[in-house]
Ligand binder design. Sequence first.
Ligand code: UD1
Length: 340
Amino acid sequence: MKQTVLVSGGAGYIGSHTAVELINAGFGVVIADNLSNSDMSGVEGVRKITGVDVPFVNVDCCDKEAFSKVFEQYDFDSVIHFAAYKAVGESVADPMKYYRNNLLSFMNVIDLMREYGRHNIVFSSSATVYGEADQLPVTEQTPRKPATSAYGNTKQMCEDILRDSVAAYEALNGIALRYFNPIGAHPSALIGELPRGVPQNLVPFITQTAAGVRECLSIFGDDYPTPDGSCLRDYIDVVDLAKAHVVAIARMIDGKSKTRYEIFNVGTGNGTSVFELVRGFERVNNLKLNYKVAPRRPGDVVAIWADTALANEELGWKAERSLDDTLASAWAWEKHVRGL
Ligand code: UD1
């Protein structure tokens, strides 16, 4: 077995898929999660898919004392830090909840890595750091825009905390992955996204509408300056995204990083409109979705998609799963959850 990787937030949506891909690639995995926005089904799904009894520690990364026990108990040199709150709207309504949780947990990770002599960290960043970009597609050099939510601000601040820490502490290597819009689920339909309450993101809302849990999908705006009037996003398959973490970790372990702190966009390089996504979902899954056009949602950017050249060239990574397969997997997962 290769080295072991600590996956904080590994019971959640992207974390659980990443745990699976790490194990598939021969890494050992320890999952730490406080289950605040997930449950044990994520961990059990990882164990079932991989056949490995992955260790799980129920711990809040904000509780440094408790979290330090994980560092004491397990021998890992690398950490992938997913544990964070992620609801944009909630972060605007309750910013301190976001600053306290997302910043403190990340600072604890870095402190503990230093205290226990651990070296490599991948941070879950987001395309939200680009805001409404002046030029598309966005490259890693595209300037960040001031954040419009506390959530977005925590992503920018954590990137900066990582950059400064790597600059100051020689033993530390970091990679920030800027995710575009992660969607879909594992082909086994044993793990996937489990939103609590009314989903805020497009694909969970679509699948719940198809399942009859929601009456009607609202398409937020059809009068944007785009070909069909709806917003454009870069929808990245969650398994492809998970694999980007594996190559990022391997890059640091193998000493292949060009600089000790690096940033990579993780997207497909394609902009897809909301209408295209909805029609694609209907076609691939052979069903009709109840939807209506609604007013624009405040805070939405018109269009964003990734320039993926850097990840292609440096990480040797590119998105592989087709949007059709991804949309089919999202529906298979929803049916699994609902027992349909
Ligand atoms: C947002 C965040 C992103 C975060 C992600 C997951 C920003 C700019 N982006 O992405 O950083 O990682 O959430 O929490 O803050 N839509 C509808 N109807 C719906 C839901 C969405 O039409 O019911 C549309 C939206 O207007 C948007 C697209 O679908 O055009 C995607 O929305 P969503 O899935 O919420 O993701 P983002 O807002 O792009």
